[in-house]
Design a protein around this ligand. Structure first.
Ligand SMILES: Nc1ncnc2c1ncn2[C@@H]1O[C@H](COP(=O)(O)OP(=O)(O)OP(=O)(O)O)[C@@H](O)[C@H]1O
Ligand SMILES: [Mg+2]
Length: 453
């Protein structure tokens, strides 16, 4: 503060840097006071803003480091791409998966990092558009990435669009995890489950067959006595019939009582007796044949195992079956030399004859009927395969053909015991029989027998 010439206090305005000092009037002074006050206020506002800004900045940095630490500790992969599909940011899990430096990945097109077979799929999901209900939905797919050591395990990837405040798509975000291990574990579980189901079905089937076997063998045993005396008695009856026929022939020639013969239809009865007795005998024979077959199955290994030459047994079985059947077929026998199995030769022979019998029956009426018999060593077992070019196994037969008395053949043509007996014998020998229809047509039966004693 200064005083002017009149003694009134006056203000001196110092113009910064100008070196000039100017005396101010009261009015001017009050204006300047306002200005200085405003400047003070603005300055303190500025200081407050700066403090605010600093604290906001600190908060922002904290939030950013929180997000970065979360992203870094996520074990799933996370990749952020721009609208051209170039990598903007990738988390450590992705960097570790690819085995390349982060700096190499940033700025590269994501498609360069995706396996060639998955690129079309990835391209589809990377190309964004305006935000819509469908586009906003995350898309799941499976991709392989190209790592430094070749293609990665299959990854389950989720694509979602990135949008700015106006709803425009500005890129995409990928998250995902490897599922190869999980899938392999699931597949192992699935096949273990299937194996278990198969084993369970086999157990049930074996148990069913074994109990059926015991039942049938018991019934066969009980039937054996009555059927043998029916059989014997019918033979005696036939002899009696012959005597009676002779007697009535002689009596008629000696002028016997014709009226009485007509009244009791003696001649008609004598004529009928022969076919009736023959029919009964035929029936009895058939029953005794069945009973004989059933009784032949011991269901336990009572016989001494012997070494069986597979080549020889197949040759005789083909001969037997071919000779016994009325219809003919061409045989194609292909047996690896030197194959042996241990067991009861008669029984193994019976199985092969049964299978060949069925094959010959199946090709009846077929042009160029063909029955193929092959034998080879497969996985330590001898595998004997009998196949034909017939119509194949009927759908109705598939589940039941190994059961006793199941047949699709007409009465007198098949008893339905062949496969059942064969199955039982194979099982007794520690082997198995399976059946399938061939792709080109016809049926195929596979007998597997262990080579051990
Ligand atoms: N090669 C084959 N092709 C088509 N179906 C077959 C074949 N082998 C067997 N089958 C079916 O399996 C059924 C049962 O056969 P299985 O040998 O047990 O009895 P069968 O031949 O009918 O009578 P049996 O053998 O007692 O004389 C047959 O009736 C037939 O339906
Ligand atoms: Mg048969």
């Amino acid at each position: 503060m200064t005083t002017d010439r009149s003694g009134r206090p006056g203000n001196i305005l110092a113009l910064a840097g100008s070196g000039l000092e100017t005396e101010l009037t009261d009015n001017q002074e009050s204006v300047w006071r306002d200005v200085v006050k405003r400047v003070d206020e603005v300055y303190s506002d500025l200081l407050r803003y700066e403090a605010d800004l600093e604290s906001k900045n600190a908060e922002l940095e904290e939030a950013q480091s929180f997000i970065s630490s979360v992203i870094a500790s996520v074990s799933d992969i996370l990749v952020v791409c721009d609208e051209r599909g170039q990598v903007l940011q990738a988390n450590p899990a992705f960097v570790a998966l690819l085995g390349r430096a982060e700096s190499v990945l940033i700025g590269r097109p994501l498609l360069d990092l995706v396996g060639p077979e998955d690129r079309d799929e990835a391209r589809r999901h990377l190309s964004g558009g305006p935000r819509s209900e469908a586009a906003a939905q995350a898309i799941d797919c499976e991709l392989h990435f190209l790592t430094a050591n070749g293609p990665s395990d299959v990854m389950a990837i989720n694509f979602s669009g990135r949008y700015d405040h106006s709803g425009r798509c500005v890129g995409s975000v990928l998250t995902g995890r490897p599922i190869g291990e999980l899938r392999r574990a699931y597949q192992a579980l699935h096949s273990a489950h299937l194996e278990l189901q198969k084993a369970q079905r086999k157990l049930i089937e074996q148990e069913k067959m074994a109990s059926l076997g015991r039942l049938v063998a018991g019934v066969a045993h009980e039937l054996n006595n009555p059927i043998s005396f029916v059989y014997g008695n019918v033979h005696v009856l036939d002899r009696y019939r012959k005597s009676l026929t002779d007697y009535f022939a002689e009596e008629g020639a000696a002028g016997g009582d014709d009226a009485l013969r007509r009244k009791y239809r003696i001649d008609a009865i004598l004529r009928d007796l022969e076919p009736l007795i023959e029919g009964t005998l035929e029936g009895a024979k058939r029953i005794s044949e069945i009973v004989k077959n059933l009784r032949r199955i011991s269901f336990n290994r009572a016989h001494e195992a012997q070494k069986i030459d597979v080549e020889r047994i197949l040759a005789t079985a083909v001969q037997w079956a071919a000779r016994a059947k009325k219809n003919h077929a061409q045989f194609d026998v292909n047996v690896a030399p030197g194959l042996f199995v241990w067991g009861n030769e008669g029984q193994i022979h019976q199985i092969v004859v049964n299978l060949i019998d069925n094959a010959i029956d199946a090709v009846r009426g077929i042009s160029r009927p063909l029955v193929e018999v092959r034998a080879a060593l497969v996985g330590g077992d001898v595998e004997i395969v009998v196949s034909d070019n017939g119509p194949g196994i009927a759908d109705v037969a598939f589940d039941k053909m190994f059961e006793p008395f199941f047949t699709t053949k007409t009465v007198g043509e098949g008893t339905g015991l062949g496969l059942w007996i064969s199955y039982a014998i194979a099982r007794e020998h520690g082997g198995s029989i399976s059946a399938a229809n061939r792709e080109g047509g016809g049926a195929q039966f596979t007998l597997r027998l262990p080579t051990g004693g």
